[in-house]
Design a protein around this ligand. Structure first.
Ligand code: HEC
Length: 473
């Protein structure tokens, strides 16, 4: 009773907060319109006050939502609804993460494209670095880039930062929902390292901070302006992280941490470098002080690094759907090879946008990516088979799989069959034979983290049975 009263109270608070935010936004719009016509000092004062209260309101909304979630979590803890709540949290946070991520990476691609494709020579005014004509969505656009800054900084200046921050925040939240809340089932693979969940989580989060410190230190050396001589040690550091992750976490979690590590560097670049540099530039221009061109150059470099990180990060984000990538004897190597290959492709695209012809970058990148295909290929001749009957296979599946994959699982984590896959009847098993081959024989990613201790001999029996036509007779 007390619980539900508290719940309703929180919901009411949330509704009130959102309602007030709208009122403030509407009032602000009115004030702004007034200000444009009269420019009275009183308006400016109120605008500032309202902007301030808007900040508090947003904070209040986030706080209330988090309390509601915590409340709900404790309400459903230990009931069948716990998994359901997690599933919906996963859906909501994932959608947010993808949406912010697309906005961020889209802007990153767009601005690097702008920079590369600017017309810098034909009819460019002295104060400009270049301009660009474009047509999109049924309209013509004309953009100009200033060498340093315009004489007057316009009032309505668009910034690009929240997409980066929110991508990172939602990404970390997703890391918690998928990996950390259930660390023993997802983050940790006892066959890799038998580590306590608390330690594993601390290592995961700590590694993000550590990677940023290393990268930032490397950026402060003169190497940062030396192209390949910066990329090389950078890649070696990344390799160290990939290797380390693969020896601490389950392969899937290792991939995700590699992506999270790069994503953290990207977001930190925006937070600690790019935005402060832009703020300093705007301030200097407003105060009429000379601009330090290094500020812009440094921020531009960080932004370019981010651009190269995007494709490896995107690969990691989809890698979860492809067990052949992480379900491999050397998952870290596959990860590095693919990251290098896709970063190479990005380099090629960047060169192309600048109109530079490069003969080597694209073919070499493709070659690198092809070598990942080779690295992950199953063995051509996995060994001879004796005749296997279904009577030998079914007990193996029952023993090793149905603790999770049945309509009534007995596993401590999986109270519902994962992905809806059940092996209750012979038909259930035959139906899934190709996926069983993929997960049990080729990639060794099932049973999950080999929790049920399937032996190589058993995997071989399953393989032979499928190769011989997966008959149930
Ligand atoms: C400890 C629990 C657990 C055990 C035991 C287990 N699985 Fe899974 N299985 C999962 C989970 C979780 C997923 C979903 C995540 C994934 O695809 O990795 C899954 C997914 C699968 C999929 C992919 C389904 C799809 O929709 O793509 C297949 C195939 C599969 N398991 C086969 C097996 C087989 C065969 C065994 C026994 C040899 C087995 N599993 C044992 C937990 C388990």
């Amino acid at each position: 009773m007390l619980f539900s009263l508290g719940y309703i109270a929180l919901l009411l608070v949330l509704v009130l907060l959102i309602r007030t935010t709208y009122s403030v936004a509407v009032a602000m719009r009115k004030e702004k319109a007034l200000e444009n016509s009269t420019d009275g000092p009183e308006n400016a004062f109120w605008l500032e006050k309202m902007a301030e209260s808007q900040g508090f309101l947003y904070f209040g909304i986030v706080l209330t939502i988090v309390s509601l979630l915590g409340y709900t979590y404790f309400l459903v803890l230990g009931t069948p609804w716990e998994r359901h709540l997690m599933e919906w949290l996963n859906i909501v946070v994932r959608l947010m993460h993808i949406t912010f991520g697309i906005a961020w990476i889209g802007a990153s691609f767009y601005f690097v494209f702008l920079e590369n494709a600017l017309n810098r020579t034909k009819d460019v005014r002295d104060e400009l670095a270049g301009n660009l004509w474009a047509v999109h969505g049924g309209g013509f656009y004309y953009l100009e880039k200033y060498k340093v800054a315009p004489k007057v900084i316009p009032r309505d200046l668009h910034w690009f930062k929240y997409e980066a921050y929110f991508t990172w925040i939602s990404g970390i939240a997703l890391m918690f929902v998928v990996y950390y809340f259930n660390a023993s089932a997802f983050l940790i693979d006892k066959n890799v390292l038998d580590i306590a969940p608390g330690w594993a989580i601390a290592l995961g989060i700590g590694s993000f901070a550590f990677a940023w410190v290393l990268y930032d230190a490397l950026c402060k050396t003169p190497l940062v302006r030396k192209g390949i001589w910066f990329a090389l040690p950078g890649f070696l550091i990344a390799a160290g992280f990939a290797y380390g992750y693969a020896h601490v976490f389950s392969a899937r979690a290792a991939y995700m941490h590699f992506g999270g590590m790069l994503g953290t560097i990207m977001a930190a670049n925006v937070f600690f470098n790019i935005i402060p540099a832009q703020k300093a530039m705007v301030k200097a221009a407003k105060d009429g002080l000379p601009l330090d061109p290094m500020l812009g150059k440094n921020a531009g470099l960080r932004s370019l690094h981010n651009n190269y990180f995007t494709l490896p990060v995107l690969f990691v984000m989809v890698s979860n759907h492809f067990p052949s990538t992480f379900g491999n004897a050397n998952p870290w190597l596959v990860l590095l090879v693919i990251s290098l290959g896709v970063a190479g492709i990005k380099h090629y695209l960047n060169l192309r946008e600048k109109g530079e012809i490069s003969v080597w970058v694209a073919p070499v990148s493709v070659l690198i990516l092809l070598s990942a295909v080779m690295l992950t290929a199953p063995a051509l001749d996995p060994g001879a088979c004796k005749a296997v009957s279904f009577a030998e296979v079914q007990p193996i599946i029952t023993k090793r799989c149905t603790s999770c994959h049945s309509s009534k699982p007995t596993d401590d984590t999986w109270t519902a069959p994962p992905n809806g896959v059940v092996y209750d009847t012979p038909a259930d098993i035959v139906k899934m034979k190709d996926k069983i081959m993929e997960r049990v024989v080729i990639t060794l990613t099932m049973p999950q983290n080999n929790k049920t201790g399937m032996t190589p001999e058993e995997r071989n029996i399953v393989r032979c049975w499928i190769e011989q036509g997966a008959s149930v007779k």
